[in-house]
Design a protein around this ligand. Structure first.
Ligand code: HEC
Length: 101
């Protein structure tokens, strides 16, 4: 019972450690394909904290889930849940993506 409660608390707080590892790879490989492996920008703009300063987390989450019409930025809804996108937005805003400098 205690164990079950611990697990559900972890789930309600966000996403599992293994999902975080998957998202981390996706961020550097799939997002990095357009935003650069360093996330400093390539086809897509820089996703470093300085570049995103002043943009709200809700705006970033919405961009990730729905993409940007008439630009190459794809919608990730279906691949990523809202929790996934929220976790990714936190990593981008906090500069904890682990992207090389
Ligand atoms: C096929 C190329 C491509 C891929 C893959 C891609 N993006 Fe983008 N992304 C873009 C482009 C181009 C823009 C700029 C859109 C515009 O002009 O408004 C963008 C914009 C963004 C923005 C808005 C930045 C800002 O300053 O407003 C965020 C956040 C973002 N992408 C996150 C991601 C994340 C996270 C992933 C991976 C899950 C991802 N992107 C994958 C091309 C891509």
């Amino acid at each position: 019972m205690a164990c079950f409660m611990l697990v559900s608390a972890t789930v309600s707080a966000g996403i599992s450690a293994s999902r975080k590892a998957e998202l981390h790879d996706l961020l550097l490989e799939d997002c990095g394909a357009c935003h650069g492996i360093t996330l400093k920008g390539s086809l897509g703009p820089s996703l470093r904290p300085t570049a995103l300063a002043g943009k709200s987390k809700a705006f970033i989450v919405s961009t990730i889930l729905h993409g940007r019409k008439n630009t190459p930025m794809p919608a990730w809804l279906g691949v990523l849940s809202r929790d996934d996108a929220s976790w990714i937005a936190d990593q981008l805003l906090n500069g904890t993506t682990g992207a090389p400098d």
